[in-house]
Design a protein around this ligand. Structure first.
Ligand code: BGC
Length: 740
């Protein structure tokens, strides 16, 4: 929730604090991001000690008041209409701030959103100009953890150079509901793919000694009624779907923090849900970092603290400053024990040591924009998915006249809205290439990055005449299309935080595409969307490129893909349905209880279980070259498997293939599951033998612990969830897996 008319944002709390507290904070927060390294004079400064030992030493030196300081977070930005001023030392325009404790050498925690780069709050007077990665699902569509890590390392470096030491990234809620407005921030519909890719990004961010979160824990799978909505899901199904994605991301990324979500899960708000925060996260998964609430996600003091919430974030968004004075009171009364307060503060300290925040104080530095732009462009190129191509792509010099239509392609590329919004420039507009589109305030503004696909195409094809029509005048667009050798229509779906979307393109873009592709069948559609959209015109087009939200260098990436300078290699991280009635919940997301009766049968698993034909299946993605897989073998490896397969580039262009291992077992939630994957870059004619391990949990079912049933399992090396080669069978004995 943010500036604007968000109904639940309440700042009652501020008045309860009183002016004296704010004054004191200004003094505490005098430690600016540029602060020098703490003088090495404390016992806990010794880097040879473990994070646990160092945290214990520091904790022992703290007063109760200091511990309470650590568990209570401020909003980082002034909020004029609510009469809230962020404490001195906070970075204006940022998400959050937790004061430091100078006498102990402890710097403040400066918190910034989010997963595609260093964001600025929409209402902030001055935006910070930063590099944006493509959306989370775009990076996931590379199916290559190296892209996840590289992008994470880049945005983590920008966070650090901007004076932040906590990045609120790591969104991994499963795409259960294709209309969820925040799907673009996440990692798609499969627990293995999402967990692996998001975990890699977290590891990349933290390689900068910047703490990353993993969020929004858990089952925060729609935005409608997100503050009070109740996700009802059976524990077994949750363990095998949403929670598995979180667990894999946690193992791979080792985040310093987990952010609990706004919604309720089976009746309890996530941030006071003992099952999620204590049973699963601590007892089953052994998480040692701290849990922070989402901004306004805390709903109580005693219940939340005792359920496992360690830090109350952005307190002005809560109804009460729950972990401020009320927590002090609850500890004094013994409703929250001093030992529990120690545990809360100790976990925060542990992460500050473990991730290196304490030993590597942030220092504001200039950012190498050119180098970072190359990183985001490569990510956008590798994540775009060529959904359809009858041969019109890549464009060649034979296309003498090209018509580009719609989607503000003359101005820039679209981005997703909400707290994760990165701005390409400074000032109030933040360098928005198409300012003024509604909504201009929360959950807007709608931001286009000034990387124009039209301008980039003109640069790449100087011998062709490339004309533009903005698409608002249908007759003009059709006339232009008729004269062209090839037409490229840009179709956009804006998605963002706090609302869910329609799968049908707005403003009758379907009508525009229909008219233009009827006028000229050599029509290419470039989609910029948060996730799947319905495409009643798909068969009428010559090609479709799903570019997602392609980030700061999106225009260059799109031009490179269309002209063949880059060869498409992205694969869908989610199913594109043909129609709403194919979904487990065809009706638009609603308030109140959402009963996920489909359980773990999410995405392609649902489509396979019900025998439905999607528009484009999970894992689908074309290339300008061709690949062949052969020689699949499968060996037991530990409790899991390892599969080996030879993949060959059988075409005439260099390209990257994604080998997808699918598993088939009896008694599962669905006929098949993704068991492993690997992206391989191959020159024409080149082949490579790749080994792909299969995590034993993907062969198992949850029966109060992971259990592999005895039986015959089939393993496929596929090109998508619907293009499977010949299977190899493997017999497995019954066994229970260690851990939970
Ligand atoms: C979002 C979080 C974000 C936080 C801080 C919330 O509205 O749900 O994802 O990190 O705000 O801006």
């Amino acid at each position: 929730m943010r500036f604007g008319n968000h109904q639940t944002a309440s700042l009652v709390a501020l008045t309860l604090l009183g002016a004296g507290t704010l004054w004191a904070l200004s003094a505490i927060a005098a430690v600016a991001p540029q602060a020098a390294a703490p003088a090495k004079r404390h016992a806990w400064d010794n880097p040879k000690l473990s994070p646990d030992q160092r945290a214990a030493l520091l904790l022992a030196a703290m007063t109760r008041e200091e511990k309470l300081t650590l568990v209570f977070g401020y909003f980082g930005t002034d909020f004029a209409s609510k009469n809230y001023s962020a404490p001195a030392g906070a970075l204006q325009g940022s998400a959050g701030f937790v004061p430091g404790i100078p006498r102990l050498g402890l710097a403040p925690q400066w918190q910034t959103d989010a997963g595609v780069g260093v964001a600025t709050q929409g209402g902030a007077k001055n935006k910070r100009a930063r590099t944006a990665l493509p959306s989370g699902v775009a990076t996931t569509a590379t199916w290559d953890p190296a892209f996840g890590f590289a992008g994470g390392a880049m945005i983590g470096a920008e966070a650090r150079s901007s004076g932040f030491n906590v990045m609120l990234a790591g969104g991994v809620d499963l795409q259960r509901e294709p209309r969820n407005g925040r799907n673009f921030e996440y990692g798609g519909e499969d627990p293995l793919l999402a967990g692996t890719m998001v975990g890699s990004q977290i590891a990349g961010i933290q390689s900068n000694h910047v703490i990353s979160t993993l969020k929004h824990y858990a089952v925060n799978d729609q935005e409608t009624d997100r503050d009070h909505g109740n996700s009802i899901i059976d524990e077994t199904a949750m363990r095998m779907s949403d929670l598995l994605a979180f667990h894999i991301a946690l193992e791979r990324g080792n985040p310093g923090s987990v952010m609990c979500s706004y919604n309720k899960v089976n009746g309890d708000h996530s941030c006071e849900n003992a099952f999620l925060l204590t049973q699963v996260l601590r007892k089953d998964w052994g998480f040692k970092g701290y849990v922070m609430s989402d901004w306004g996600g805390a709903h109580s003091t005693v219940k939340a603290a005792n359920a496992g919430l360690d830090q109350d974030s952005g307190f002005p968004f809560d109804d009460q400053p729950y972990f401020g004075k009320p927590l002090a009171g609850a500890v004094a009364k013994g409703q929250v024990t001093p030992a529990r307060l120690d545990q809360m503060a100790g976990r925060i300290l542990r992460s500050l040591f473990a991730v290196g925040v304490y030993d590597h104080p942030v220092v504001a530095r200039p950012i190498d924009i050119a180098a970072h732009r190359a990183i985001t462009r490569r990510d956008a190129e590798a994540g775009a998915v060529l959904l359809r191509n009858t041969g019109v792509l890549p464009l060649t010099g034979a296309a003498k006249r090209i018509a580009v239509i719609g989607g503000y392609a003359d101005k820039g590329v679209l981005s997703g809205g909400g707290s994760s919004q990165v701005y390409p420039g400074g000032g109030q507009d933040g360098g928005n290439a198409v300012p003024g589109l509604k909504p201009t305030s929360w959950p807007g503004p709608i931001v286009y990055f000034p990387s124009s696909p039209l301008a980039e195409l003109r640069k790449a094809m100087p011998a062709s005449q490339i004309d533009f029509a903005d698409g608002t005048d249908r007759a003009q667009a059709v006339a232009l299309a008729k004269q062209a050798d090839v037409v490229i229509v840009f179709a956009n779906q804006w998605a963002g935080e706090s609302f869910d979307v329609s799968l049908s393109l707005a403003e009758d873009q379907d009508g525009l595409i229909g008219a233009v592709s009827t006028a000229n069948p050599r029509t290419v559609v470039v989609l910029q969307s948060g996730g799947p959209v319905l495409m009643p015109w798909a068969d009428q087009t010559a090609a479709i490129l799903e570019a997602w939200y392609p980030g700061s260098a999106g225009g260059e990436a799109i031009a490179n893909l269309l002209t063949g300078k880059a060869n498409p290699s992205g694969h869908l991280p989610m199913t594109f349905p043909m129609a709403l009635n194919q979904l487990p919940h065809p009706e638009q997301p609603h308030a109140g209880d959402t009963v996920y009766s489909e359980g773990a049968t999410v995405g392609y698993k649902w489509f396979d279980a019900k025998g439905l034909t999607p528009l484009y299946p999970f894992g689908h993605g074309l290339s300008y070259t061709t690949f062949a897989a052969s020689g699949l073998t499968v060996q037991p490896s530990g409790a899991g498997l390892v599969s080996s397969v030879t993949v060959k580039n059988t075409g005439a262009r260099a390209g990257a293939d994604v080998v997808q291992i699918y598993l088939e077992g009896a008694g599962w939630e669905a006929p098949r599951r993704l068991g492993g994957f690997k992206r391989v870059v191959l020159a024409p004619g080149q082949s490579s033998r790749v080994q792909i391990p299969v995590d034993p949990r993907l062969l198992a079912v949850w029966r109060d612990g992971w259990r592999i049933n005895a039986g015959t399992y089939r393993v496929y090396a596929g090109q998508s969830s619907r293009e499977l080669g010949q299977p190899v069978s493997v017999r497995l004995a019954a066994r229970s897996l260690p851990g939970r």
